[in-house]
Design a protein around this ligand. Structure first.
Ligand code: SF4
Length: 358
């Protein structure tokens, strides 16, 4: 890692304050929530819109997406689904870079989000001007960026990756003899280094949610739950990853709860994922990995405060008013499209190789 880089630090004080949209909707009565859901269904249909929601959003949003022909997914699948869908409007429930990615891949479509204020600490910690300077200082490196970045950072990259494909892409590049600069998540970068054996030039960013998982407290919980399997997202710190039975993207962790012969899972990622885990593995028990020690008061303990800004109420307002539309500068979008398309093509070829058994 280049120790000379100083990045904007995202502290607890900069996170959204007060009850989130998600909290407010949980406090509603059953009939109130049902009325909102019905209104959202009508608006989606009237406006030829399809909802794509991330696994970290509320259960109500995930259910709405699936009940209306939309999709619930990780960021790679969100990008792929939106790209292939015929609806003229995409509604993206997640954080801003996800809406931007949808717009870059679908410049002809209207892309709306329930809120435009949902940030991501990885994106905030990787300003395009500083990142460009870093890349320019290392012109012999192939630039690989995580999807959790702005359109301008993607536009500077050779490849975009998500956590489900990052290891395979970097391994592919290293096998071709390329040196790789990876950003912005340092924990994911170190994980890729350990798995591939490659040395990467890393940007020192981190996710405010995953960075808080604590190995010592996790070991204590494992001792209390000796039969539990430990599932960890690779944005978590290395000591936490080292305790994992499975390290993987959200989709890979959801697959693991179906495949593994265990009744209890300790999960080190955003607890929004429990909604899908409970659906695919009913009867199993899911426990949050400890995030900041006993009595922690962090606003980002195991749940992304920006993801929680999404709800059905602001989705309805967005559709009623045609508000919160995502715009990406066309030239930036054209440049960012290339590394994104490279990822989608690589993923397609990888799936075909797996299918063919090679
Ligand atoms: S969970 Fe972390 S990586 Fe995901 S959107 Fe929130 S801050 Fe970003």
């Amino acid at each position: 890692m280049d120790s000379t880089i100083t990045i904007p630090e995202v502290t607890e004080n900069q996170l959204p304050e007060g009850p989130s949209t998600e909290d407010r909707e949980h406090a509603m009565t059953g009939p109130e929530r049902k009325a909102l859901v019905e209104r959202a269904k009508t608006l989606l249909s009237e406006q030829d819109a399809v909802l794509v929601a991330h696994y970290y959003t509320s259960g109500d949003l995930q259910d709405l997406a699936e009940e209306t022909g939309g999709h619930v997914a990780d960021s790679l699948e969100m990008a792929r689904f939106g790209h292939g869908h015929p609806a003229s409007t995409l509604v993206v429930a997640g954080v801003r870079f996800m809406g931007e990615t949808a717009k870059i891949l679908n410049p002809e479509k209207r892309v709306l989000m329930p809120t435009l204020e949902a940030e991501c600490s990885l994106d905030l910690g990787c300003p395009a001007d500083q990142f460009t300077e870093f890349c320019d200082a290392h012109p012999d490196h192939t630039v690989v960026v995580y999807a959790n970045t702005s359109a301008a950072v993607k536009a500077r990259a050779d490849w975009v990756v998500t956590s489900s494909i990052a290891v395979d892409v970097v391994r592919h590049l290293v096998e071709r003899g390329e040196k790789v600069l990876f950003g912005p998540d340092k924990h994911l970068g170190h994980y890729i280094e350990r798995v591939t054996g490659a040395e990467l030039l890393l940007w020192p960013g981190s996710c405010v949610v995953h960075d808080r998982f604590k190995a010592q407290e996790l070991q204590a919980l494992m001792a209390e739950q000796p039969g539990a399997k430990v599932l960890v997202h690779p944005e978590s710190p290395q000591p936490v990853i080292e305790l994992a039975d499975v390290v993987g993207s959200t989709t890979q962790l959801i697959q693991a709860v179906q495949d593994l012969d265990a009744d209890t899972f300790i999960v080190a990622t955003d607890r929004g994922i429990f909604h899908k885990m409970q659906e695919v593995a009913p009867g199993k028990t899911f426990l949050e990995a400890p995030s900041a020690g006993a009595g922690a008061t962090c606003r980002s303990c195991a749940h992304c405060p920006w993801m929680a800004m999404n709800g059905i109420s602001n989705l309805v307002t967005t559709l009623e008013q045609g508000a919160n539309e995502i715009f990406v500068d066309p030239e930036t979008g054209r440049q960012a499209w290339k590394p994104l398309k490279r990822m989608l093509d690589f993923n397609e070829a990888r799936k075909q190789r797996i299918h063919a058994g090679t």
